[in-house]
Write a protein of this length. Structure first.
Ligand SMILES: [Zn+2]
Length: 127
């Protein structure tokens, strides 16, 4: 399956990554079928220079939150050992890396293998 992400969601990811810098930004991703629709911030997320801790028990929508995103202020887009553990059970995992330009990200499946993300435009609401 090819996963898709709305361009505005990708822009938001880069915006959050920049505003959290030099700290790490971390959130879950809400998927509708194979499309990444929204960023979901968990309550009580703890962030410091080295890690961001998600309180998965605080999530009311856990079953639709099949993706994750976090930033690498280091500028390296590869997953760490801890990342690989965290990816398990999530269909798509994005790492945004410094300097957080629109193409400064990588996506991985739950095994930590690189996957392609198709960037699409959100359809306007019909009136
Ligand atoms: Zn990481």
């Amino acid at each position: 399956m090819t996963y898709k992400i709305y361009k505005d969601v990708l822009f938001s990811i880069m915006g959050f990554s920049k505003s959290f810098y030099p700290k790490e930004f971390s959130a879950l991703l809400y998927l509708s079928e194979n499309i990444i629709e929204e960023i979901y911030f968990l309550p009580l997320t703890v962030s410091n220079e080295n890690s961001a801790v998600l309180r998965l028990d605080m999530s009311p929508m856990i079953f639709s939150l099949k993706g994750s995103v976090h930033s690498h202020p280091s500028g390296y887009g590869g997953p760490s050992r801890a990342d690989l553990h965290f990816f398990l059970g999530k269909d798509v995992n994005i790492i945004a890396y410094h300097p957080f330009g629109v193409e400064d990200y990588k996506a991985y499946n739950q095994k930590g293998e690189p996957i392609f993300l198709e960037v699409i435009l959100r359809k306007r609401n019909k009136k």
